[in-house]
Write a protein that binds this ligand. Sequence first.
Ligand SMILES: [Zn+2]
Ligand SMILES: [Zn+2]
Length: 164
Amino acid sequence: MNCPDCGSALVAESYADIQLEGCRSCGGVWLDPGELKQLVQNPPTLEAVEAENVPTVEQVESASPDRRCPKCESGLESYHYAYDTPVVLDSCVSCSGIWVQDGELAKIEQILEKEKGPITDREKAALSVAAYTIEHENEMARQRGLAGFFKLLRRRPPHWRLYV
Ligand SMILES: [Zn+2]
Ligand SMILES: [Zn+2]
């Protein structure tokens, strides 16, 4: 499998019981459906994944509208994790795999650490709803074949990075 952003060969990595593919060039990681949820529920693992997958080259702004799933070649759609977070993920419209660009896991980590100390039950619930939502949205989009569905979710102001 090759990186949808920079085309480098993805490298298989495993963390506890999570298997993922990482890009050694741009620091992105490819997750199978459900693995993001596992990561979110296991912050130390999420940190390890983030620490391991750092870009070794200058990050290229991936403006290509035609990025493809490294697994099945279907299109990738961008959307905000849990709607109101600055985390932007790309999901395959067909196999529901998730491409996480470098830096996005760190943002999820920040969200998890926001309150310092143990995650509250409310936050835990919100995060698992978010992970479920990703899978559900993919399923809905597939079932309904709504090409514009993800466009509604794709609120990605090109300048938001300036504000974080
Ligand atoms: Zn890459
Ligand atoms: Zn796919």
